[in-house]
Design a protein around this ligand. Structure first.
Ligand SMILES: [Zn+2]
Length: 477
């Protein structure tokens, strides 16, 4: 009997990042979490599609380009190359690198706006209020702290009044709320869902979807004096990409990954726009918190910024990928420091995994042990169901904790067996058990540290095991 296995489509997106500057720790973490989850789905046999990219329009980009003495298109072209190279250097395997200045995206965004207008969901009005150019967003009183945006400099907020077009967001929010409540849109983790549901109890103001004075953007099809509000067309990229790259069967997205600052846009505005367009909604939205440094927000003026380059320079690509998992702001914001990263690297990688691999490979090299493994990722997951759950729910911190336990238990077993005192079959048995555990651990870590996992498997799955070089060099302070 032929068993039919249904291959699942898995489409994951990161936000498309504002390309006005180099990637910071927040971009790094979101993109690495995303890459790990997509690699996990690829390993379990899903048909995957992974999108990241850049958001290239808006006032902030135009101003940065001007300061650099460049026209906006040249500026974003250069930035796009820089970001793409960057993700490649971190072993991020995105299938699509989306750019909103792509003429094909512009056309699809315009078509969607026309569809929304024809549905009767767009009207003309006057917007008055405080606008933050950092967020490219009008801010309500309740979002401001001492009159300024909590995420940006005070000089980035100003009063504005302009005629533009509005989307009837309030028409759709009751349905969006219901869909979030009953899980049709699975917003996780629960705390982030609670925040959105509570905000949906407030009065909802409609969303202005065009800008009068922003020229660097996509022209509104029916009024050439306006451009589409950068956030609205940026959200549309997740859908337009599937059409542009001939991946239409991947819509709706399986999950959108984002930081908490973008929650409202992805969990309320985006579903409302899709409902108006009569398109299917994303199945899941995963919102993570932010990093801070010992409880204080990272900022250039405080001089406490930890940059991706600091981490990669010190810990290497796989070390950095692992440290991102070990610090994942899954439930709340996560407090880190340079010292914290050093300690986790030393404890988990240099002393933990690295030491285990080198001591076992050294002892095995003294015997004539050969080892075969079928290296089946799915079989290992079936054995460690809480690790599988961690990957399925994007709780990478829980995966790291389980791996720590496995490493500790393997080391303890070795200390108890004392294979260095044993001889012959007894010694071989103890080492083979340790090797099996190491191979399980490296399989589990394949999505997290792909190169390291491969090195470990290559070292042990061979005719004659030889002593490995240290995988992670211990840092001395
Ligand atoms: Zn802001």
């Amino acid at each position: 009997m032929v068993e039919l296995v249904k291959i699942m489509n898995f489409y994951l997106t990161t936000p498309i990042y504002y390309s006005n500057d180099a990637p910071h720790l927040g971009h790094l973490s979101t993109t690495i979490f995303a890459d790990i989850i997509v690699r996990y789905h690829r390993l379990i046999g899903d048909n995957t599609l992974f999108l990241t990219g850049v958001d290239e329009h808006g006032e902030k980009i135009a101003l940065t380009a001007e300061k650099a003495g460049k026209d906006p298109q040249t500026f974003v072209d250069e930035m796009a190359i820089r970001w793409q190279k960057y993700w490649k250097s971190l072993n991020v395997q995105n299938d699509i690198f989306m750019r909103t200045s792509d003429p094909r995206h512009k056309k699809i965004a315009q078509e969607l706006l026309v569809k929304i207008k024809e549905k009767g969901d767009i009207y003309q009005g006057v917007y008055k209020g405080m606008y933050c150019t950092g967020c490219e967003e009008f801010k309500s009183e309740r979002e401001l702290v001492n009159g300024t945006c909590p995420e940006h400099r005070p000089d980035q907020i100003s009063y504005r009044e302009e005629t533009n077009y509005f989307f009837k967001l309030s028409k759709y929010t009751p349905l969006v709320k219901k869909m979030l409540e009953d899980g049709q849109i699975d917003l996780i983790p629960a705390g982030k869902k609670k925040e959105i549901l509570s905000r949906l109890n407030d009065d909802i103001t409609d969303l202005s979807v065009s800008r009068e004075k922003v020229s660097w953007g996509i022209t509104l099809p029916w009024d050439k004096s306006q451009t589409i509000y950068v956030w609205v067309e940026a959200l549309m990229n997740y859908y337009s990409a599937t059409k542009i790259y001939d991946k239409e069967s991947f819509w709706p997205a399986s999950v959108h990954f984002l930081g908490k600052g973008n929650n409202w846009f992805h969990s309320v505005i985006w579903p409302a726009l899709l409902l108006s367009c009569e398109l299917p909604l994303p199945k899941r939205i995963f919102v993570h918190g932010y990093y801070n440094v010992e409880g204080v927000k990272m900022s250039k003026s405080l001089g406490n910024v930890i940059s991706p380059d600091d981490l990669v320079g010190k810990f290497g690509v796989d070390g950095t990928r692992y440290l991102m998992c070990a610090s994942e702001p899954y439930f709340e914001d996560f407090s880190v420091s340079k010292k914290w990263f050093d300690e986790v690297y030393n404890n988990d990688l240099a002393n933990g995994l690295g030491n285990l691999v080198s001591r076992v490979s050294k002892m095995a090299s003294e015997l004539n042990i050969s080892h075969k493994s079928d290296n089946d990722f799915n079989a290992v997951l079936e054995k460690y169901l809480d690790i599988k759950k961690g990957f399925e729910e994007y709780n990478l911190l829980s995966v790291v904790e389980k791996v720590r336990e496995l490493i500790t238990a393997t080391n303890e077993k070795l200390n108890k067996d004392e294979p260095w005192k044993l001889k012959g079959k007894e010694k071989e048995k103890s080492l083979k058990q340790a090797i099996d555990k190491i191979l399980e651990i490296s399989l589990i870590l394949t999505p997290v540290m792909p190169a390291t996992a491969k090195n470990i498997m290559d070292a042990f799955c061979r005719e004659k095991i030889t002593a490995t070089k240290p995988l992670f060099v211990r840092l001395v302070s």
